[in-house]
Design a protein. Structure first.
Length: 223
């Protein structure tokens, strides 16, 4: 299997890629990474650079076409699944759910209450709602926000908004963080590195699903 880390987890949120590899190692998964991994083209597509995205997709397809792909990033998952032809791709939340159901990963559940943010690309765009929740509930109690699943609020980072209109992205993040705080939880989990980056704040602990498992599931203590 190929673990496609994605730009954000590879360059800005490296704790996510490290946590993902830690979990894959614990489960005995035979995988590899690309040392010269290139962007999947998601940002180019979502911001209207169609021709540039098509060139990127063509180059990447030659490298990825014969691989079983795991990805950390919701944006990468949607792009590789929907905008490439014939790739075999699974999001890490889906794969972790499968590993847990097959007892290849085992965690001890605690009384910790956490809330979960559905990213746009993984949730509404790809209809992946149950798997990340199942993974969370193997470790902690899930408390839903006012807007969740299909009605989840965008974090504000996607579609080039974070780069072009940072003040709007910040306002949207503040609104979502407010909903998370209303649950009474101190930990906010998401399955998208881009969402994690935009939702980080001084009042809540914001973790990727893989980081959450490593920290609260005891994966950092296992050998």
């Amino acid at each position: 299997m190929l673990y496609f880390r994605g730009c954000t987890a590879r360059e800005k949120q490296t704790d996510i890629s490290e946590a993902t590899e830690r979990l894959l190692d614990l489960a005995g998964v035979d995988y590899h990474v690309l040392e010269d991994e290139k962007c999947c083209g998601s940002v180019l597509l979502r911001t209207g650079f169609q021709k540039e995205a098509e060139r990127q997709i063509e180059k990447n397809t030659e490298v990825l076409k014969d691989e079983k792909i795991i990805t950390s990033c919701a944006g990468c998952y949607k792009t590789l699944k929907d905008d490439y032809d014939g790739l075999d791709v699974v999001h890490i939340s889906q794969f972790l759910n499968e590993l847990i159901s097959k007892n290849k990963l085992n965690f001890t559940k605690s009384d910790l209450d956490v809330t979960y943010h559905d990213s746009c690309h993984l949730g509404r765009h790809s209809n992946v709602f149950e798997e990340p929740r199942n993974v969370i509930e193997s470790v902690a109690n899930l408390v839903e926000m006012k807007n969740s699943r299909e009605e989840s609020l965008c974090c504000g980072a996607g579609g080039g908004v974070k780069s072009a209109y940072p003040e709007i992205a910040d306002e949207m993040a503040e609104s979502r963080i407010g909903q998370a705080k209303q649950t009474g939880c101190r930990t906010l989990v998401t399955s998208c590195p881009f969402c994690k980056l935009n939702l980080e704040n001084d009042e809540l602990e914001v973790l990727d699903l893989t980081e959450f498992l490593v920290k609260y599931g005891g994966a950092d203590e296992e050998e």
